[in-house]
Design a protein around this ligand. Sequence first.
Ligand SMILES: [Fe+2]
Length: 362
Amino acid sequence: MTDVDQAPPTTADAELDELYREFAAAGLTPLWTQREGLMPITPEPAGVPALWRWSTLYPLAERAGRLVPVGRGGERRAIALANPGYPGRPYATSTLWAAIQYLGPRETAPSHRHTQTAFRFVVEGEGVWTNVNGDAVAMRRGDLLLTPGWHFHEHHNTTDRPMAWIDGLDIPLVDQLDAGFFEFGADELATTDTPARSFSERIWGHPGLRPVAGAGQPRPSSPLMAYRWEHTDEALREQLSCAAAGHDATVEAGHAAVRFTNPATGADALRTIRTEMHRVVAGVSTAGVRHVGSAVWQVFGGTGVVRVADQSYEVATGDLFAVPSWARVSIEATSDLDAFRFSDEPVYEALGLARVEQEVAE
Ligand SMILES: [Fe+2]
């Protein structure tokens, strides 16, 4: 039966079909049939806004702690947040990995290094030390701990209690760039020392001061491996206090924020991942902002309502949410809210692809 609305095939159509068949046979694809997908008007990430609740994550990690040993091969008992926009892939966003890592009492996670850049952020607990290139770094609530690319690292729990924290890495980015290298370290711990302050903090952890020794040495990622909560907390508190006294100190009214930086350069602490802590005062709604590039946030304390693109989440301590590229995000604090944010912005800035659209506060 002939469809009356459809024009009969012409010689030109048949020739075009044949051309497309020959394109395919020759391993070719014409731009004109795919331009919109390849060159969208604005970014069209496959990743979607997504929420993971700490009250769900922690008990599941605890069960994994009982059932799954940690050791050589698997290397880490880390459970990745998988964005539904990347089915079957352990990606929180197109470039960022985020996982809950759980280490049982007296457990050790073995030494290795990789080209992927990593950090740990601790929402609760203490008692684990991460040895970074042999330097023992204590992990405590509110601390940001770095393991820049190609630094050997291992974790050991010195207590009779389990500990869980968030690992953030650029695994999806490095995967897409085919730049992954991995190396196993020694089977024995580099050190079992448990100092309150690592060597890196004793050398680099003094505000505004850097050692003269080795001043000419390039330090593309931070030589300081730990950023302590007491410093972060004080910086945020002082911003709000100075803003209340009329100084230009906060991002916007009732919204303080700090960025973790490399003390040798002032740039981001890590080369591929931006790390920040935000504090939003109860009752304040932050102005909407969207970035090219993606981010993951974890609520460190307090409660609020988070809006990401067309999604809205009520969040509390430990909850994580993913913000895809160019999705508008705003936070309404229903109690004083602290939130840790990490993003891939340094990559976009280095490539000349960064864009930010900031709404003006009402
Ligand atoms: Fe690792």
